[in-house]
Design a protein around this ligand. Structure first.
Ligand SMILES: Nc1ncnc2c1ncn2[C@@H]1O[C@H](COP(=O)(O)OP(=O)(O)OP(=O)(O)O)[C@@H](O)[C@H]1O
Ligand SMILES: [Mg+2]
Length: 281
């Protein structure tokens, strides 16, 4: 772990807990979250005392070795898995109340996983509109909103296409549009582009950056890919091997919007090197 003296010598780096957005700008706060799984006699300590505050409109990348607890943390943040201790506050309201999720807080979240998980018998419009349908929004209204979102994610010509007619990247765009349909303030993404080829992934990174700037949505982005983490993140949070703890926080400090060419700059290369060293170390 980076020591404070080293951190101050390196402006791109800070130790865990250094960063505190002003209280009015904190969108989500992870307060002392730990998670231990108990399956029969097997006890797995997946997360230990995670503390992190994420500001409104910020994109935070979450990296760490396989099995260090990234998905577990995201699932706790998404209301899918109760923490063993600690809590998640969204706009200051607790997500968890005695292992029960507060559904009014969930309304503010959108979640995207590695698999798009679309309904094969629904077309693009109906897949995107599904959360609105479940919320009781009338058909005309929800189809209008779904088409606006399809346009936003670059699927304007595919309103009536079915998932089987789309590429992997297009299916992920549908999943992102669906996650945005309720107008979430926070988008939680677990390796959403992990199954895509390098070129498509690069394109999706640019799209996600454009969408996050256009909507000002706050993003938490889990990835294995250091370059993707730096390209997308305002900060990169590195978790330690299990039990996952925050090992290091890197302020990327590169202006937006970022073009793919930013990846050839010395500043970008320096961030990548530092993170790679930390992960390997
Ligand atoms: N439902 C579960 N029951 C028991 N153990 C679990 C469960 N989910 C995760 N774990 C354990 O918790 C630890 C963290 O898993 P997690 O999936 O969060 O890791 P990860 O960082 O997302 O890994 P990867 O990079 O491979 O996706 C692992 O040891 C895993 O076996
Ligand atoms: Mg995972």
């Amino acid at each position: 772990m980076t020591q404070p003296s080293q951190a101050s010598a390196n402006p791109g780096s800070s130790v865990a807990g250094d960063f505190r957005p002003s209280p009015s700008r904190v969108k989500i706060s992870i307060d002392g979250v730990s998670k231990t799984f108990q399956v029969k006699k097997q006890r797995t300590e997946a997360l230990k005392d995670i503390n992190l505050q994420i500001a409104e409109g910020e994109t935070v990348s979450l990296i760490g070795r396989s099995g260090c607890g990234k998905s577990t943390l995201l699932r706790v943040m998404a209301g899918l898995l109760p923490p063993s201790s600690g809590n998640i506050l969204v706009n200051g309201s607790p997500l968890w109340r005695r292992s029960q999720v507060d559904t009014s807080v969930i309304e503010q979240l959108g979640v995207v996983f590695q698999e798009a998980n679309l309904f094969p018998w629904f077309d693009v419009t109906d897949n995107i509109a599904l959360p609105l349908k479940l919320r009781g929004v009338n058909k005309t209204e929800r189809r209008k909103r779904a088409r606006e979102l399809a346009d936003l994610v670059g699927l304007g010509g595919f309103f009536n296409s079915y998932p089987r007619e789309l590429s992997g990247g297009m299916r992920q765009r549908v999943a992102i549009a669906r996650a945005l349909s309720r107008g979430p303030e926070l988008l939680l993404m677990d390796e959403p582009f992990g199954a895509l080829d390098a070129m498509t992934r690069e394109k999706m990174n640019l799209e996600l950056q454009r969408i996050s700037l256009a909507t000002q949505v706050t993003v938490v982005f889990v990835t294995h890919d250091i370059s993707e983490a730096v390209f997308l993140g305002d900060r990169v949070i590195q978790l330690s091997p299990r039990p996952g703890r925050i090992e290091e926080i890197t302020d990327v400090g590169i202006a937006r919007p970022r073009s793919v060419d930013v990846q050839t700059t010395p500043a970008f290369g320096e961030r990548i090197r530092k993170l790679r060293d930390a992960l390997e170390g």
